[in-house]
Write a protein that binds this ligand. Structure first.
Ligand SMILES: [Zn+2]
Length: 700
């Protein structure tokens, strides 16, 4: 997931997803000396908002200074006399874009990770202000007319940037009359406000389940050790991912699993009911004001998919590819479950992870607890960094003295051939009030020769506490790779001329392809054995255990894709049906029952914490579309030499480095040499499980 606040529309909409950078005094490309005149004027201001500490007033001053610099740029741009050129118009527009991007991105990240409630409150208000300023710029007719008067730039990247910017201006409604633009502005500001409130309610809502210590039966010893019982023999388990994940997968107590499911699917509920209704209403009103039947029509107009009608056809193809395999996976699972408990007619979604784990043990002789000792957090961090370094031919070096927003955050600089490309931050463990999901956010866009791109992973993995080795579930390692794929895309795709043409400016229904592609590297023994070592003995992950893990992991892929179709349908339906009468629980249940293999549990309010509804709005389907592309991409790599073969370099240059200087569909065609298709996706879903030995009774 990439961080998203507001999915408004406008040339700066994607700015809302990224955020500012940290120019260190020693980083040559960021130093005022190499900056242009405009850059030099801005150069006295620190690149990083958080360097002033946790004082909300300092953040306020920093964000307002950035917004002021954007205003200065806009005034300068409008005042230009004589013919419009790239240098006197597009460049200054991009400078303004960059300032607002920095303001919004850094405020947004601190809203999710700031150390104190006061700072997070201030960051939320400032994110709103910077977003509102971005919306105002997207409706500024003088700027639009100036950009429209710039002759076609000679180079293709600048030409596409200009064309795309003008397109987004028109989609934003810049050519409407003043009264309509005022109404658009008010609705966009409302959308930002309610989107921030929706996510904040999730950040602030950690639920706790209290159970008897005996109910921890089945959980790993290190988990039990880190959850001591109180004097009454009670243990607390929270809905934070490191607490919740293992309990859902391993706890043999059905009572614990159900309590935890009820708690986790109530996060954000009921507070977010009216917030979400207000958000969907404002989006529907805005879409109609701009001449679209629904928000989904509007939000897909500039995406690869183009329209909800195209999407319906596409999802039908994905459904056809995954429905039968998912039914077979479910039938095999149910047969196993009924052999353990004949009273079960249909497996509840609250028990799905537990029974899938049990089934993998029985069918594939794979206990996912057995690999956790090979994945202590700190070692995985080094392993993921080393893997990405080899694949993308970069050198990722720790920065010891970087100032960040929290002591647990680690900082690295990324180099290629000795040249610094950017900076990354890893904020990887849960804290009170912190964003509860796993995402990547830009902190600064890149501008060649002037500013290096910077980005951050905001995650909630285990580890980070003294005395706890932070043994990760293998699925968490896959998530780590996924997010690192986003981060590399942002850094490698942020080396161009324009702050507004970096990686996260690419169509949102493509942006999950580089991340999902990197997930596949988890399944390679060469990659894994380079870092998966037992945290106590140092033993490398045995090849036999690896093979069993891979076979077991392939089981459930089709069920997982049907689950992705559920979320895609919810996301579209919420943005298509009339919001006033929308019954969130009923629509969620209907979509779950249409696709999910597992029984819906009454009281499942998962939509109330489905933060993708803010960042991705109607377009969650992008995960599915991009998954198909990611598998097609991955199939181009040499499976015997994933990191060393030529595909890595070609992929980096063709797909990642291009950022958003071309339409995504063109990047995909260039790398594949043809249109993408579902062949590799279908093979990924089918082969390993279908070809695995038939069920044995080696359950334990
Ligand atoms: Zn992602």
């Amino acid at each position: 997931m990439i961080a998203g606040l507001k999915r408004g529309r406008g040339p700066l909409a994607w700015v809302l997803l990224a955020s500012a950078a940290t120019a260190t005094a020693t980083a040559a490309p960021n130093s005022p000396a190499t900056a242009t005149a405009a850059g030099a004027a801005h150069g006295s201001l620190r690149l990083h908002a958080w360097e002033a500490g946790d004082d909300p007033a300092a953040l306020d001053a920093w964000v307002h200074r950035r917004m002021h610099l954007a205003d200065v740029d806009v005034a300068r741009l409008v005042a230009v006399k004589g013919p419009r050129t790239v240098a006197n118009t597009l460049r200054i527009y991009d400078d303004a874009n960059n300032e607002l991007f920095l303001a919004q991105a850094q405020a947004q990240v601190l809203y999710g990770v700031g150390a104190t409630r006061e700072l997070r409150d201030k960051a939320q208000a400032l994110t709103q202000e910077a977003s509102d300023a971005a919306t105002a710029l997207s409706l500024n007719q003088a700027v639009y007319r100036a950009l429209a008067a710039v002759p076609q730039p000679a180079d293709a990247a600048s030409r596409y940037y200009l064309e795309h910017t003008l397109l987004e201006y028109r989609l934003a409604g810049v050519d409407r009359d003043a009264a309509t633009r005022a109404r658009i502005k008010a609705l966009q500001d409302k959308i930002t406000e309610l989107g921030l409130a929706f996510e904040r309610a999730v950040h602030d809502d950690v639920r706790t389940v209290v159970v008897d210590k005996g109910e921890l039966d089945g959980l790993p010893p290190d988990y039990i050790a880190s959850h001591p019982a109180d004097a009454d023999g009670h243990v607390k388990i929270t809905t934070d991912p490191p607490d919740k994940g293992p309990a859902q997968r391993f706890a043999s107590s059905a009572d614990l699993r159900q309590k935890l499911f009820a708690a986790a699917t109530s996060v954000g509920y009921p507070a977010n009911t009216e917030t979400l209704r207000g958000l969907l209403t404002a989006r529907a009103d805005l879409a109609q004001l701009l001449g679209y039947a629904t928000w989904a029509d509007y939000a897909m107009a500039d995406q690869m998919i183009g329209s909800p009608a195209n999407l319906a056809q596409y999802l039908q193809k994905v459904d056809s590819a995954s429905r039968e395999p998912a039914a077979r996976e479910y039938a095999a699972l149910l047969e196993y479950v009924r052999s353990r408990d004949p009273s079960i007619q249909k497996i509840s979604v609250a028990d799905a992870r537990y029974w899938q784990e049990q089934y993998r043990r029985a069918r594939f002789n794979f206990d996912s607890q057995s690999v956790r000792p090979y994945f202590p957090y700190a070692q995985v961090e080094r392993g993921v960094i080393n893997t990405a370094s080899k694949l993308f031919h970069v050198d990722i070096r720790a920065v010891a003295d970087a100032r960040t927003w929290h002591p647990s955050v680690t900082t690295y600089d990324v180099y290629q051939n000795g040249v610094k490309l950017g900076r990354i931050y890893l904020d990887m463990h849960p804290r009170e009030g912190k964003d509860k999901w796993f995402s990547t956010a830009p902190l600064a866009a890149g501008i060649h020769g002037r500013q290096l791109p910077e980005g951050v992973l905001v995650c909630n993995f285990t580890g980070g506490t003294a005395g706890d080795p932070g043994l990760m579930q293998y699925g968490d390692v896959v998530i780590f790779l996924h997010e690192f794929g986003h981060l590399m895309h942002h850094i490698l795709g942020g080396q161009g001329e324009w702050s507004g043409a970096g990686a996260f400016g690419v169509e949102r229904d493509f942006v999950e392809a580089p991340s999902q592609m990197l997930e596949e590297f988890f399944h390679d023994y060469g990659v894994l054995s380079s870092f998966a070592r037992h945290y106590q003995t140092g033993e490398v992950l045995p090849q036999d255990l690896y093979a069993r893990m891979n076979r077991a992991d392939a089981y459930g892929r089709a069920i997982g894709q049907q689950q992705q179709l559920t979320y895609s349908a919810v996301s579209v339906d919420f943005h298509t049906l009339p919001p006033a009468s929308l019954d969130f629980d009923a629509v969620y249940q209907r979509d779950a029952e249409r696709y999910s293999s597992f029984a819906y549990v009454p009281g499942d309010h998962s939509w109330a914490s489905f933060t993708h509804l803010n960042g991705y709005s109607s377009n969650y389907y992008g995960y599915v579309l991009a998954k198909v592309i990611a598998e097609d991409f991955f199939a181009q790599f040499d499976s015997h030499d994933l990191l060393g073969g030529p595909a890595g370099m070609r992929y980096e240059r063709t797909v990642l480095a291009a950022g958003s200087t071309q339409p995504a569909a063109q990047l995909v065609r260039e790398f594949l040499g043809r249109e993408p298709n579902l062949d590799a996706y279908q093979r990924w879903m089918l082969t390993e499980f279908e070809n695995a030995p038939t069920a044995s009774s080696s359950a334990h």
